[in-house]
Design a protein around this ligand. Structure first.
Ligand code: PLP
Length: 394
């Protein structure tokens, strides 16, 4: 049954098209416009733009939300990763274990410190790093290589935590630092713990398409260590402490007050938005089940609080054709990580080759992100599933 004609539909020849964007930030803005305008106006009136009270307030709120002792606002999620690596003293001669199936910044930040990323394939159900794979990779290392290994950087991909208990166990055994890339996972939970509060550092992004997005770039680092917190604060301002004295070299990793003010407003709504995303995920599950689309793999929930930054399906064949078909039907989708990190040209000196991480490569060529944003309607979801059915059953 095609859905009833509604305002969002256009007639296109004989076909009806319903617009279903991958993400609709205007819908969200419309629901909180007054609060945002009030909070940003306060910043204009104060003329206090860099760090300052708004940033400090956000840091306290995020630390509490993530059940971490400390939080420190930074310029982006990428810089959250970079400043954490720097604060952990990781550099040339060192190596860091991470996943090849992630956004570029994860591996990019490691290489920017001069360290080497050591990739480990993912779990086919969760798309998160395989903990068995980490153990195997370490077992295969020579003593020399093992002595250069300094950290593990798991990514909580698509809004669900990686298997942190085994990761912490390995980290303890080999004396490794754990830097959580939680850019997609604010509020996600693993065994009662919030993403970002489990390892030594938690790195978050306020990129607009994240679940808690600013009106530009921004990010934050969480930690439970006072020592690391003090170090991060110094590194954020070029390594300056006291002012104009540099014992260490940091960078400009500062968060600005406007972003902090906006993110503070949005944080109050985050739990409601998360619930809406989870409800949308459940509704997709029901719709896929009743559409007899069993050969399409839906997200596997292995942890207690998946926040659905993305709703990822895996299809057996013709992923790219499906994507074009949906595009023509007015439905926005995205292919996340078509080229895993080990096959990126800029990392060719790491000497990985096609076939090294088959699960990541398979995910890169068979998965598709469907719209899951909180304001998505039941009609829109019905239309998405209907169109996928039409594509595979015709
Ligand atoms: C978005 C993202 C980042 C980078 O965040 P920016 O704020 O865009 O710099 C890092 N890692 C992952 C997994 C991300 O999704």
């Amino acid at each position: 049954m095609p859905p009833a004609v509604s305002a969002g539909m256009q007639q296109n020849g004989a076909k009806f098209i319903m617009k279903v964007p991958l993400l609709d930030l205007k819908a969200q803005y419309n629901s909180i416009r007054e609060e945002i305008l009030k909070a940003t106006q306060e910043v204009y009136e104060s003329q206090y733009f860099i760090l300052g009270p708004k940033v400090e307030a956000l840091e306290e709120e995020i630390a509490e939300y993530c059940s971490s002792k400390y939080a420190i606002g930074v310029s982006s999620g990428t810089d959250a990763l970079l400043i954490s690596l720097i604060a952990a003293d990781i550099g040339p001669e060192d190596s860091v274990i991470t996943t090849p199936y992630t956004f570029f910044a994860t591996a990019g930040s490691i290489v920017r410190t001069g360290a080497r990323p050591i990739f480990v394939d993912i779990d086919p159900d969760t798309y998160n790093i395989s903990t068995r794979g980490i153990e195997n990779a370490i077992d295969e290392m020579t003593d020399e290589k093992r002595s250069g290994l300094k950290a593990i950087m798991p990514v909580h991909l698509y809004g669900q935590c990686a298997e942190m208990d085994p990761i912490l166990e390995i980290a303890r055994k080999y004396d490794l630092i754990v830097i959580e890339d939680a850019a997609q996972a604010i509020g996600a939970q693993y065994k009662g713990k919030r993403a970002g509060s489990i390892g030594d550092f938690g790195c978050f992004s306020f990129f607009p398409s994240k679940n808690l997005g600013g009106f530009g770039d921004g990010g934050i680092v969480t930690t439970n260590s006072e020592k690391l917190y003090e170090k991060l604060k110094i590194m954020r301002v070029h390594g300056s402490f006291p002012k104009y004295y540099h014992k260490v070299i940091g960078g400009n990793f500062r968060l600005d007050a406007l972003q902090a003010a906006i993110v503070s407003v949005k944080l109050k709504h985050l739990d409601n938005w998360t619930v809406a995303r989870q409800e949308n995920a459940n509704r997709y599950r029901e719709m896929f089940a009743s559409a007899d689309l069993e050969n399409i793999k839906l997200p596997v929930e292995s942890q207690e609080r998946h926040i659905y930054n993305q709703f990822i399906i895996s299809v057996p064949e013709k992923r790219d054709d499906l994507r074009s078909f949906l595009q023509e039907a007015g439905i926005g989708t995205e292919v996340y990580y078509p080229i895993p990190m080990h096959l990126q040209e800029c990392f060719s000196n790491l000497n990985y080759k096609k076939g090294d991480f088959p699960v990541s490569e398979h995910a890169g060529s068979h998965t598709l992100a469907l719209p899951i944003y909180p304001e998505l309607t039941e009609d829109q979801q019905g239309y998405v599933v209907e169109k996928i059915k039409e594509f595979y059953l015709n």
